[in-house]
Structures are given as C-alpha cells and as structure tokens.
Design a protein. Structure first.
Length: 205
C-alpha cells in the first residue's frame, strides 16, 4: 500500500498501473494493488449478490421506520444484515423471506404474552394483546403497529396508536390493500420514548 501526502499532486484517483487509488475514511489517499477475481461469477457469488439485492428490495419500504426504531440511518442495514443470516430461504434466483423472523425493533421493554388479529371488515382489522404488567413496563406504554403489504411494497405505520392497558384497537387498512397478503408486527415504547421492546411478529393475513 502506498500513501500519498503530496501537496503538489493533490488527490489521486483511478487506476495506476496495477494499483487503484482509494480515499479512506480519514481523508487520506492510498494506492492498493488491483487483483481481478479469478472466478467473479461463481454460483456462490451470484447467490450472495442476488440474496442481498432481494432483501434490499423487499425491505427498503421499511427504511423510515427502522431509522426510528434503531436510532440511526443505518437501521435498514442492520435489519438487512440480520435477515441475510436468518430470514432468507431458497436459492438464486428463487428467494423468499420468512417474515416471522424479521426484527423491526430491538429493546429491553417487556413485550406482551400474546397478540392476535382478526378481520372486522374487508379493510378493518382488530388487534388484541395481553395487558399484563411486568417489572419494566407500564399500563401507559405506547402500542406501535407495523403492517407491510408485500405485493405493493407499502407500509402502514401506526405509531403510538394505543396504550398498553387498552388491550385492543381497530385499524383501518388502505382500501387498495384488499385481497393482498399483509404481514403485521407490534412493539411497545415507554411513555417518554426512552425504551422500546423487541418487535413481535403477529401474523400474515
């Protein structure tokens, strides 16, 4: 590796002989030896690249929610990384996501012992959950609900939609979602939003 500190030549970019110039995070220019992959298009590489592209496409619609729940713009990256290890099934090019294994929030606040959904009308669902209070939870914790329409790559986020002690809430889904498959999650946040629970997958309906 060659390090350039010259004020005469300034920044160096592009390929130089057998080396490629790169800019490090600390602002320094370096030259690295360029090595072309001997097998750049193996089945394993196709599978890994295809898997990554698939997960990004499926989960990108959750970006704003994951930025909130993970506290940074890299929330989506964290979920994608975890999903590549645990939630993707199948081989290139026929991948599928096991949505029950997706984690949309990660925290220490207590969850609920049970949660369920049933339809009231074609576009209205009722969500019920247990209201037990444990050591670090409160009756006035906020209930947050996430609904993902896989077909339309669209998300309905019901932030602070109810209190923990309510035990039940009705949600109106977009009419355009009728007859589409929907995935749903619940998570809780403390009254001052300082704590949150790990998300619970409710069901696919």
């Amino acid at each position: 590796m060659t390090l350039f500190k010259s004020t005469t030549f300034g920044k160096i970019s592009g390929k130089h002989g057998t080396a490629v110039a790169a800019l490090r995070k600390d602002g320094k220019n370096i030259l690295k030896v360029f090595r072309k992959a001997s097998n750049p298009d193996t089945l394993g590489q196709k599978n890994q690249r295809g898997k990554f592209a698939f997960v990004m496409k499926e989960l990108n619609c959750l970006r704003s929610i994951l930025t909130l729940t993970f506290g940074s713009q890299y929330g989506l990256n964290k979920v994608v990384s975890a999903s590549l290890k645990t939630a993707v099934v199948g081989e290139f090019p026929d991948f599928k996501l096991d949505y029950a294994k997706l984690i949309l929030s990660n925290g220490t606040l207590n969850n609920t012992s049970h949660v369920s959904i049933h339809r009231i009308t074609a576009s209205t669902v009722s969500v019920k959950w247990g209201t037990e209070i444990f050591s670090n939870s409160s009756p006035v914790d906020h209930v947050n609900l996430v609904f993902l329409n896989q077909t339309l790559k669209s998300v309905l986020f019901k932030q602070q939609h109810a209190l923990r002690n309510a035990g039940i809430v009705n949600v109106e889904l977009p009419l355009i979602w009728i007859d589409n498959e929907i995935h749903a999650w619940i998570y809780f946040t403390s009254p001052n939003e300082s704590l949150l629970s790990t998300s619970q997958f409710i069901c696919t309906f």
